[in-house]
Ligand binder design. Structure first.
Ligand SMILES: [Zn+2]
Ligand SMILES: [Zn+2]
Length: 388
């Protein structure tokens, strides 16, 4: 089948749904039609058999969100103008371009976009038309949100993913359980047929098996013959200690399954970290600001400071400046390779919004006792110059 046939065919009409139908509607409509038209239910009825095949073919494309997208795109781009362009009147037929582009994958210069779209329709992505070749599964992107302490210490989080995976009912063969696909007699299982037209010789995906090399007479009821069904799976993902907000983690071979023995794609997890009410991060160091009173800094004290997993005592000497940062070694982010950041403790004077009369009186006494002290001698000196 040439690319033009694909685009000319109205798979939506074949399934009796509108082009805006949901995936569920398409599946439902296909199942209904497949039941009605199934050869077992219509022995000797050639028309029903033809319709049955057409419906299966339509579902083979529309039932796969990826293929459906490409089909829609191809129809949008080329659907209306196609007959006028190719015309079937000899010359350079559009389907020649499609055949070449599909065969050579994305290497075909200006037509690489076409090759992509149609390569996707005929098989999966680019070299799809070569049946049986191992193909790596697609990479999958997902996101997860963890809290601050999980990010610091590392965490094992369950991750729910919806992605195509090998159909469990037919174990990926696409055939109804108990039946097996047969080798396509048209292409002898190659998935490609060779054609020449004028000066052009090219291969194009076999129309009878849609480039797969196999024919499924009795499609699996679960996946409609694709061998792939959308499944939710729950993965347990290990987030390493010290992950930063918005960091992307790659999990090798946890993406979509490969085909024909190919490796699975990778899973990329973007990690969002919910900030902590008390702790902050600066690289591998953990930060904390401890409110203190003026007299604690002036007279000295011992502060008890929470750490990530316990507490430490912090000796504050008399006369410590407001805003000073203390470094507690090894109490930051501990990486797997053994390196550890520090806990950075900032002391910050908290000024009471309200004072009792007794406290006010005590402070007035204090002011009197320290009246000879100027907290800002440099400024005083500068102001003195200004007034001269
Ligand atoms: Zn199946
Ligand atoms: Zn074939």
């Amino acid at each position: 089948m040439s690319a033009r046939d694909w685009i000319d065919k109205d798979f939506y009409r074949e399934l009796g749904v509108s082009s805006s139908a949901t995936d569920a509607d398409i599946k439902k409509s296909y199942r209904k039609l497949a039941r009605e038209l199934h050869p077992d239910a219509n022995p000797g009825n050639a028309e029903a058999e033809t319709r049955f095949k057409a419906v299966s073919e339509a579902y083979g494309v529309l039932g796969d969100p990826e293929k459906r997208k490409q089909y829609d795109e191809a129809r949008r781009l080329f659907g209306s103008g196609l007959r006028g362009f190719g015309g079937g009147s000899g010359g350079f037929d559009v389907s020649d371009i499609f055949g070449n582009a599909g065969q050579q994958g994305a290497a075909g210069g200006g037509f690489s976009g076409l090759g992509d779209i149609l390569g996707g329709l005929f098989g999966r992505r680019g070299q799809g038309s070569a049946a049986g070749r191992p193909r790596r599964g697609a990479d999958v992107d997902t996101e997860v949100r963890i809290d601050f302490l999980e990010a610091v210490k590392g965490a094992t989080v369950p991750l729910r993913l919806s992605s195509p995976s090998t159909c469990g009912t037919c174990t990926g063969s696409g055939a109804r359980p108990g039946t097996t696909p047969r080798t396509c007699p048209t292409c002898n299982g190659a998935g490609l047929i060779n054609r020449s037209q004028g000066a052009f010789a090219f291969s194009e995906p076999c129309r009878d098996c849609r480039g797969t090399g196999r024919i499924v007479d009795d499609p699996c009821p679960e996946c409609g013959g694709d061998g792939v069904s959308t499944k939710s799976r729950t993965l347990t993902v290990r987030i390493p200690a010290g992950v930063e907000d918005d960091q992307k983690i790659r999990l090798a071979e946890q993406g979509e399954p490969g085909q024909n023995g190919g490796h699975a794609g990778d899973l990329y997890v973007r990690v969002h970290v919910t900030p902590h009410a008390v702790f902050g991060r600066s690289g591998n160091d953990v930060t904390i600001t401890v409110p203190v009173t003026f007299q604690e800094l002036a007279l000295g004290t011992t502060l008890t400071v929470p750490t990530l997993d316990g507490k430490v005592s912090l000796r504050v000497a008399a006369g410590t400046a407001n805003g000073r940062v203390f470094r507690v070694r090894g109490k930051g982010v501990v990486k797997r390779e053994g390196t550890a950041g520090d806990l950075l403790v900032t002391v910050q004077v908290a000024v009471p919004a309200k004072l009792s009369e007794q406290a006010q009186a005590a402070l007035a006494e204090y002011t009197k006792a320290t009246s000879g002290q100027d907290p800002r001698p440099e400024l005083t000196a500068l102001l003195q110059q200004r007034s001269d």
